[in-house]
Structure formats: structure tokens, C-alpha cells
Ligand binder design. Structure first.
Ligand code: PLP
Length: 245
């Protein structure tokens, strides 16, 4: 069994070390523990060990686990279909993955209906990879401004990005640097619904590099919970759906 407490401590130490190496304050960097495929028991162990924020990338997983998880902040970090926004609008604290006006409009509408203002990040696909969602660095400003002009119940809190998978994490630094430059530029926009606080970059394989580039929100899964076993996860889901559990 993974020693989640020890892993979390190791990750926190690495965050502190990365921050110190570039003269930053580790307290400014938020750790989001990414718990996709993990059981509520595992997630609650992470919370007991000090995790304050957890991230999921599937609406269904949030709905399945929500009631069994101790009080915590929920981050939605995956691709979000407009028809599923209504299921999570009153459950999550931050949606990292807004990459179209269509999605923003739906979030705004559902937030209004629920009587809340939703915090969101605009997702950038910095290498314009086909396999990933997100707008280009150049398109991000237009999307942020269009959201501010049209969505009263959305507060734009920053940017998120997923770097390409490379052999040497140092190779992703230029992508992170580009997103950070865009973040600094857009943070200057003067609008009541824009309050930049989060630059969400960095996962288990590249969070120290992301911190060096200026990330203040890292999304770390396997380094905390262990490697994900998707075959095992699917088997559990099937058993549950068949009523065998
Ligand atoms: C799964 C996931 C992570 C965490 O990945 P690890 O490599 O396990 O740390 C971070 N961000 C997003 C968007 C993810 O889907």
C-alpha cells in the first residue's frame, strides 16, 4: 500500500526546495492532490495527512466520491462537457479547464442559477498538441476578455496549462515561460471579475520546473497516490455497475 502521508511530505519538501532554488516563498504555492481513479479511503488519507485541495478530471468521479470525502476544496481539472456543468456547479471551487466561450457561457448560466460566482482558469495548450484541449497562448487574451464582457457570474482567477510529455522535464520550461508571460500580461486587465491568483502548471513529472517558471498551483497525482492502474480502476467500476460490490 502506498504511504500517502510520506509521499505527500516528499512532494511538499520538493515544492519547498524548488521554491527556495528560485528565491520564491513556498507558502505561495498551492498543492492540488489529483485523485482520479483513487478511492474515497485513499483521498481521505491524503486529507488526514494535510491535503487541502483535491483535483478530479471526470464529472462522474466527483459525483461518485463527493459524499464520502471529508471537507476539502475540489478542483475540476479535466475537459468539461457543457452538458455536465450542471452536475458540478455547486460542488467544485475552481474549474481549471475553460477553453471556449460555449463552455464559459454554460458555466455562467449554471452559476447564476445556483446563486454563486464560479472561479475559473483559462486553459492554454502551449504546444498546440492535437491530443490536448486549451487555447493557444495568443488566443488566451481574447477568450479572457470575451468572458469578462459576457459572463457576470464567472471570476477569472488565472491560467492553467498541461505541458507536452518529454523525456527531460527541462525541455518544457520554454512552454511554461510563455504561459507565465501571458499570465503576467493578462493579470493587468482592470475588471471587477478578473482577480488573477492562480497559475496552474506542473504535474508529478515536471512540477519543480513549473515552479521555477512561476507556477503557484501544482497538480500532483501519482507522486502522492502512486501510479494509476486504469485496468484495475475499470474493473472496479464494472463490478460496481453490475451491483457486485
Ligand atoms: C492526471 C492529471 C494530473 C496529475 O498527473 P500526475 O502525473 O499523476 O501527477 C495533473 N493535471 C491534469 C490535468 C491531470 O489530468
Amino acid at each position: 500500500m502506498e504511504d500517502i502521508r510520506k509521499n505527500l511530505e516528499t512532494v511538499n519538501n520538493k515544492i519547498a526546495e524548488a521554491a527556495e532554488n528560485c528565491g520564491r516563498n513556498a507558502d505561495d504555492i498551492l498543492l492540488c492532490a489529483v485523485s482520479k481513479t483513487r478511492t474515497p479511503e485513499e483521498i481521505n488519507r491524503a486529507i488526514d495527512a494535510g491535503a487541502t485541495d483535491i483535483g478530479e478530471n471526470k464529472v462522474q468521479e466527483i459525483l461518485d466520491k463527493y459524499d464520502a470525502i471529508k471537507p476539502v476544496k475540489w478542483h475540476f481539472i479535466g475537459h468539461l462537457q457543457t452538458n455536465k456543468v450542471k452536475y458540478i456547479i455547486d460542488k467544485v471551487d475552481l474549474i481549471h479547464s475553460v477553453d471556449s466561450m460555449k463552455l464559459a457561457t454554460e458555466i455562467d448560466k449554471r452559476a447564476k442559477g445556483a446563486g454563486l460566482t464560479m472561479d475559473i482558469l483559462v486553459q492554454i495548450n502551449p504546444a498546440q498538441e492535437e491530443s490536448k484541449f486549451g487555447v493557444s497562448v495568443d488566443e488566451a487574451g481574447d477568450l479572457v476578455r470575451e468572458i469578462l464582457d459576457n459572463c457576470e457570474n464567472i471570476r477569472v482567477r488565472g491560467l492553467m496549462s498541461v505541458a507536452p510529455i518529454v523525456d527531460d522535464p527541462r525541455d518544457v520550461k520554454p512552454y511554461f515561460d510563455n504561459v507565465k508571460a501571458k499570465y503576467d500580461e493578462l493579470a493587468q486587465i482592470d475588471h471587477p471579475n478578473l482577480d488573477f491568483r492562480y497559475l496552474s502548471m506542473g504535474m508529478s513529472g515536471d512540477f519543480p520546473v513549473a515552479i521555477e517558471a512561476g507556477s503557484n498551483l501544482v497538480r500532483v497525482g501519482s507522486a502522492i497516490f502512486g501510479e494509476r492502474d486504469y485496468a484495475q480502476f475499470r474493473k472496479q467500476q464494472e463490478e460496481k455497475n453490475n451491483g457486485n460490490v
